[in-house]
Design a protein around this ligand. Structure first.
Ligand code: ATP
Length: 426
């Protein structure tokens, strides 16, 4: 078994595509790390670099402290399982699992062990056509593990299965990798799958590592607005806001209502260096409450609609918030010159003009704050996102009805604030 190190790893393809950008990550011996990110963020390329199927443009891959950049794939002793595994249709399950071992001594026992680990003992004599999709995927895993690889690489192993089976198998896949104790890199674009199987999750975007941490760390303590937005269902509520001091406390102004942070909030000084922030509130950081909490950390709104999930309702509230445009979460660093250029000559004039305008640092004299919107909401804000405040309410206490007014207590400790570059303000 082997710890895997990625040192400033970079991959630029011949056509100039930067697939992986200065990625450093240490995966401990026996650890299961999930690479998570949207399509095209470079997850598969990282796996191929670890497997030796691609050569890095910059940086190194280490196995157990040794640089393996020049080691061919066959000598790395890695096992890979892809979404589209290919089993031999004319061979039995046992023969498929034992195939990589050819006629090595003790094949039968190794096959029996691998099959037992994955619960395939009863189907060893069947052919692939006689198996369910999930069982076929487990056979592909057993075949990969039978050689006792140093490193196990899984690329969207469950992506082709239906949702129910996927949820069932992800537990099994993670349990197997742990039982075998093999260092595993697991690629997925499904955040729920990532949170449920990983020891640690590494969130990638455009080839750049955004954050790496335990599922609880990346969910509760996101480093960037991208990580906050990418993890969690329902998605985190993201709003535009302005910040200013009121009697030594910080007011976070959503344009139509104000959230007051508690006196002595550790973020006060850092927040007052910013004018505009993105506010992130996870649906589970909100609680419908009567009456309003005395400390002022609450929002009000009118119920727009309720998704009844039986045990709980997902409640959409019109709280007058200004949704963060998707473009905001896509701009890594607001470069004033670049933005000013775009503003002068926008590729698609509306709604980009409004979005870009609000990202530009302001140079004119101080504007009025208070219950005025601290910035001009673009006329088409509703078209960019619906701006609803979404929260979960347990069904046991009765669900509200559309049109009802609701007061929502905000847990200030779970109020996530991001600057205009998308970085977290702590
Ligand atoms: N051989 C190649 N030549 C040029 N560009 C490539 C090549 N392989 C991948 N890319 C590009 O590199 C980027 C990262 O691709 P990669 O397949 O690693 O992403 P991914 O996160 O695994 O995406 P998906 O989830 O869609 O598979 C993409 O922009 C892709 O188009």
């Amino acid at each position: 078994m082997t710890a895997v190190g990625l040192d400033h790893l970079g991959k630029v393809f011949d056509d100039g595509t930067v697939a992986v950008n200065d990625l450093s990550l240490d995966i401990a011996d026996g650890e299961l790390v999930v690479l998570l990110g949207p399509s095209g963020c470079g997850k598969s390329t990282v796996l191929r670099l670890v497997a030796g199927l691609e050569a890095p443009t910059t940086g190194h891959v280490r196995f157990g402290g040794q640089i393996v950049d020049r080691l061919p794939t066959r000598d790395r002793n890695v096992a890979m399982v892809f979404q589209h595994y290919a089993l031999y249709p004319h061979l039995t399950v046992a023969q498929n699992i034992g195939f990589p071992l050819r006629s090595a001594p003790g094949v039968a026992e190794l096959v029996a062990n691998a099959a037992a680990r994955l619960g395939l003992t009863d189907v060893l004599d069947r052919r692939p056509a006689q198996l369910s999709g999930g069982e076929r995927q487990l056979v592909a895993m057993a075949r990969a593990l039978v050689r006792q690889p140093r490193v196990f690489l899984l690329d969207e192993p469950l992506a082709h299965l239906d949702a129910g089976l996927r949820a069932e198998l992800r537990g099994e896949v993670a349990a197997t990798a742990r039982r075998v104790g093999v260092t595993t890199l697991y690629v997925t674009h499904d955040q729920a799958e990532a949170l449920s199987v990983a020891d640690r999750v590494a969130v990638l975007r455009d080839g750049v590592l955004q954050q790496v941490g335990t599922p609880a760390e990346v969910y509760d303590d996101p480093a960037t607005v991208f990580v906050a937005a990418f993890l969690g269902t329902p998605r985190a509520n993201l709003f535009e806001g302005a910040v200013y001091p009121v009697d030594g406390r910080v007011a976070v102004d959503l344009g139509s209502q104000v959230l007051m942070l508690p006196a002595g909030d550790a973020r006060t000084a850092a927040l007052l260096r910013h004018e505009r922030v993105t506010i992130g509130l996870r649906p589970d950081a909100l609680r419908a409450t009567v009456p309003a909490p005395a400390d002022g950390a609450s929002l009000h709104g009118q119920v727009r609609h309720v998704e009844n999930h039986g045990f709980e309702g997902i409640v959409h509230l019109d709280a007058g918030g200004l949704p963060t445009p998707p473009a905001h979460t896509m701009i890594e660093t607001a470069d004033p010159a670049h933005l000013a250029g775009l503003l002068a000559d926008p590729p698609d004039p509306e709604p980009r003009r409004g979005v870009i305008g609000r990202l530009l640092p302001r140079t004119e004299p101080p504007r009025r704050y208070g219950l005025y919107p601290a910035y001009e909401p673009p006329a088409d804000a509703r078209d960019i996102g619906d701006g609803d405040l979404v929260l979960r309410i347990p069904a046991a206490g009765g669900l509200p009805r559309p049109g009802e007014s609701l007061t929502v207590a905000v847990d200030p400790a779970r109020l996530l604030l991001f600057d205009s570059t998308g970085a977290r303000i702590r």
